[in-house]
Design a protein around this ligand. Structure first.
Ligand code: ARG
Length: 464
């Protein structure tokens, strides 16, 4: 059913129909379109457009339809024998089927322009809430993992070279910190999403006496939008949401890369559950970290969604333009992929096995206690620059001797760092290195314990 028949003599070209139709993807807005229509029916009744009896009839038809699409979200894709351009025309056709001519009254003073903007805000708000819940679960999984590894030692890297040892819990808490900022960013985006465009009409504001604030409240929005031209063409809320999802996906891609590395035969720090790995069709010995690789890989398409919509919006004149129909697929896809990645991350962490002995051996190797030697020399009054130089020369001597620093004879150490005494050896132990890093935010065991408590408290306070 075409929504604009009156002015047209001929039908559309089938190719135009293919180009123009959006039902194939915007059917996902069915629930929100009906919820918006229910609130709009009440608002038009309050405005004196619909009688009480008409309102009741419309509401019961809309509520029946709402239940049907909640039960079967793909219902709008089922053949009806009619053509429907988009979800708005599908809902209207179903309504007319149920209540006849009265169904045609609902669109009074409403345009698909304020309607689709409202639907998309309702959809985005709901999707953000679902992602926030998943983020909370994923963060809880990271905290559980951290809790189990508050004394497991891992080499910390800079430039992917072993730098200084850290606790596995400290490593996990770093990712939890990233995800906590992602939760905050999604909440920010939600606040600007939560504004109601309905009542803006096509672009200039509706000509009916709609109480826009009451309508906004009815739909759970914080308020009505301010400017009708802006309201029908504003998609900033989608941009902000996609930007928050892109940052989240970027964080998960970094996590994915750490998991890929740590699970490789060369590192062999972590091992993953078979359920999240796959084999090779050719090489029987292989167990590939596909899930972690996809955490790394999905960021590409999620960032692509953000760039796609920014590019669509750039240079658009006011107000509504059909280009805006291109906002939906990137958003739907990014939300779906983010959902899969968040759920997978939580599940992967539930099955990570840590080879603590191997991690510790690796942390001890690579001369990652060279800074501790420099710090020791500083404690003996050597200026840091000289201490750094002496520690560097000691490392070179140790490499030549094929030994760790703390296994060099004192006499040899003294050739390069003359202030060294017997108390240098305990100072070079892993335990001493950790004990010196009890600064807030550091990897000392007490500091990590406090960080873990703080992260738990922060997550609980968010209440999702
Ligand atoms: N399918 C359209 C969209 O997604 C709905 C709005 C159409 N409005 C219009 N004036 N043609 O943007």
């Amino acid at each position: 059913m075409a929504l604009w028949g009156g002015r047209f003599s001929g039908g559309p070209d089938p190719l135009f129909t293919q180009l123009n139709d959006s039902l194939g993807f915007d059917y996902r807005l069915a629930r929100e379109d009906i919820e918006g229509s229910i609130a709009y029916a009440r608002a038009t009744h309050r405005a004196g457009v619909l009688s009480a009896a008409e309102l009741q009839q419309l509401l019961s038809a809309l509520e029946g339809l709402l239940a049907a699409v909640i039960a079967d979200p793909r219902l709008p894709l089922a053949p009806t024998g009619q053509h429907h351009e988009d979800i708005h025309s599908w809902v209207e056709a179903r309504l007319i089927e149920k209540v006849g001519q009265l169904g045609k009254k609902l669109h009074t003073g409403r345009s698909r322009n304020d309607q689709v903007a409202t639907d998309l805000r309702l959809w985005t708000r709901r999707a953000i809430d679902e992602r926030l819940t998943q983020l909370a679960h994923t963060r809880a999984a990271l905290l559980t993992f951290a809790q189990a590894h508050t004394s497991t030692i891992l080499p910390g890297y800079t430039h992917l070279q072993r730098a200084q040892p850290v606790l596995v819990a400290h490593w996990a808490l770093a990712y939890e910190a990233m995800l906590s900022r992602d939760s905050a960013r999604l909440r920010d985006a939600r606040a600007r999403t939560n504004v109601c465009p309905l009542g803006s009409g096509a672009l200039a504001g509706t000509a009916y006496a709609i109480d826009r604030e009451a309508l906004a409240k009815d739909l759970g929005f914080a308020r009505a939008s301010e400017n009708s031209l802006d309201a029908v063409s504003d998609r900033d809320f989608v941009i902000e949401t996609l930007a928050a999802l892109s940052t989240l996906a970027m964080h998960l891609s970094r996590l994915g890369e750490d998991l890929v590395l740590y699970g490789s035969g060369e590192f062999a720090f972590f091992e993953y559950d078979d359920a999240f790995s796959s084999g090779s069709s050719l090489m029987p010995q292989k167990k590939n970290p596909d899930a972690a690789e996809l955490l790394r890989g999905k960021s590409g398409r999620i960032v692509g969604s953000l760039v796609s919509l920014l590019t669509t919006l750039k240079g658009l004149p006011l107000a509504y333009n059909k280009d805006l129909q291109e906002d939906k697929e990137p958003l739907f896809d990014a939300m779906h992929q983010a959902s899969l990645c968040l759920q997978a991350t939580a599940r992967i962490f539930a099955g990570v096995r840590v080879d603590a002995a191997r991690c510790e051996r690796a942390a001890k190797g690579g001369y990652s206690n060279a800074t501790d030697l420099a710090d020791y020399l500083v404690s003996k009054g050597v200026p840091f620059r000289d201490a750094h130089e002496q520690a560097g020369r000691s490392v070179r001597a140790a490499i030549e001797a094929g030994k760790p620093l703390d296994e060099l004879p004192l006499a040899l150490l003294r050739e390069h760092a003359p202030t060294c005494d017997n108390d240098v050896f305990p100072a070079l132990s892993l335990a001493a290195g950790f004990a010196r890093r009890e600064v807030p935010g550091g990897t000392g065991p007490k500091a990590v314990h406090a960080a873990l408590q703080a992260a738990h408290a922060r997550l609980n306070a968010e209440g999702t």
